[in-house]
Design a protein around this ligand. Structure first.
Ligand SMILES: Cc1ncc(COP(=O)(O)O)c(C=O)c1O
Length: 405
């Protein structure tokens, strides 16, 4: 990895991933136990009084809080806030969409406006286009949140409360300049939310670039092993986590199970190690695909000809393990996918094994063909989540599948 400005950051974030948020259970258990309980017992009515008056802290009911959820929140907050002076807080949700919804509903209400970039994960796209307007929250799109266009949109919509960013974006891999977006949004009093699922805090830390809120589908690289659906909301404003968007986890009930939090915490310990392998494999595969005559285009921000390569180099430590390729049409994309043997055909991403999916018929099928075309999601596009298998084996699998075209 490039290592950003601080050569030592990578080793130190590895230490934080292993040690931050660990509970150190009084039993002496080396690994945190899983607290599979719905409710908690108070010793006596004095303990209830002291908790109720705020003199002591206590777990009461697992929808409100649970030790495993708290431990995962602390670990993730330590990583997203790595190197920052200000405190960073997090809340864990039962899915990435739970966290995305809470970020938007926690910052905007009836009569407010939200501006988002054109390309978003399919379900977030549906939330922004179809669900929020039902609650009188209007939305509009600005391609790549390009500064002068964003400036004009903010000026014409003074009720804008949120500018929503997903970078790199699913599935086109376009990259939004976070610091520039923050500068423009803040000058109009809007908050900036960044979906950091593709990059993870190992590669990109939006809060340190000025963003107000980070959301994650922890289902992906954070857990890393494909065992859990989960999400997270992270903010530099502890009150937003305690009483704003974060509190929606308990009011809307989008809670994760303690076991899921425990599995995710275990996965998170190896995130820096896994991202190093994911990124190195992605580079090898992207260079192979870029040179392959059957591949029309390879979208990966690490390639110099990627239109936002410079922005990605500035704000990311490395370029991640997500990419998409253009194979021309649906028929070629299908034949390619049917020719793979080691890689799996599946939605989701960020697992240790290589996953391949077809956005137009899978993750982004709810969009109309016209809407997909307008944001660059073609019928011939295949999205790849590069795993941590030996890079030669991934390339051999892809080479074989491409030779059938
Ligand atoms: C970028 C991004 N954000 C959010 C989500 C939603 O996460 P979840 O499926 O955990 O609800 C996804 C899911 O694929 C995603 O790719």
């Amino acid at each position: 990895m490039s290592g950003g400005n601080d050569d030592d950051w990578e080793r130190r974030i590895s230490t934080a991933a292993v040690h931050a948020g660990e509970m150190h259970d009084p039993s002496g258990s080396h690994i945190d136990p899983v607290h599979m309980t719905s409710t908690y017992v108070f010793e006596d009515s004095e303990a209830i009084r002291s908790w109720g008056s705020g003199e002591t802290d206590a777990h009461v009911y697992s929808r409100v809080g649970n030790p495993n959820r708290g431990a995962l929140a602390s670990k993730l907050a330590a990583l997203e806030g790595f190197g920052m002076e200000e405190p960073v807080a997090a809340e864990i949700f039962g899915s990435g969409m739970g966290a995305v919804s809470a970020s938007l509903l926690g910052l905007a209400g009836a009569g407010d406006h939200i501006i988002a970039q054109s390309v978003l994960y399919g379900t977030t796209n549906h939330l922004v286009n179809e669900v929020l307007p039902k609650y009188d929250i209007s939305t509009s799109r600005v391609p790549l949140l390009e500064a002068s266009l964003l400036e004009a949109e903010l000026a014409s919509k003074p009720n804008t409360k949120v500018v929503y960013v997903e970078t790199p974006a699913n599935p086109t891999m376009s990259v939004v300049d976070i610091a520039r977006t923050v500068e423009v949004a803040h000058s109009h009093g809007a908050r900036v939310v960044v979906d950091n699922t593709f990059a993870t805090p190992v590669l990109q830390r939006p809060l340190s670039l000025g963003a107000d809120v980070v959301v994650h589908s922890t289902t992906k690289f954070i857990n890393g092993h494909g065992t859990v659906i989960g999400g997270a909301l992270v903010s530099r404003d502890p009150d937003f986590i305690e009483n704003g968007g974060g509190a929606l986890v308990r009011y809307m009930g989008a809670v994760p199970s303690p076991l899921d939090c425990w599995l995710t915490s275990i996965g998170l310990k190896t995130l820096p190690l896994r991202m190093r392998e994911h990124c190195a494999n992605a580079r090898a595969l992207a260079e192979f695909l870029e040179a392959h005559p059957k591949v029309e285009t390879t979208h990966w921000p690490g390639l110099e000809r990627h239109p936002q390569h410079e922005v990605a180099s500035k704000q990311m430590e490395d370029f991640g393990a997500m990419m998409s390729i253009e194979l021309g049409d649906f028929e070629s994309a299908s034949r390619f996918m049917d020719g793979l043997s080691m890689s799996s055909l599946a939605v989701s991403l960020g697992n240790v094994d290589t996953l391949v999916q077809h956005p137009a018929s899978m993750t982004h099928r709810l969009m109309t063909p016209e809407d997909r075309k307008a944001v660059g999601i073609t019928d011939g596009m295949v999205r790849i989540s590069v795993g941590i298998e030996a890079s030669e084996d991934i390339i051999t699998d892809f080479d074989k599948a491409l030779s059938g075209l």
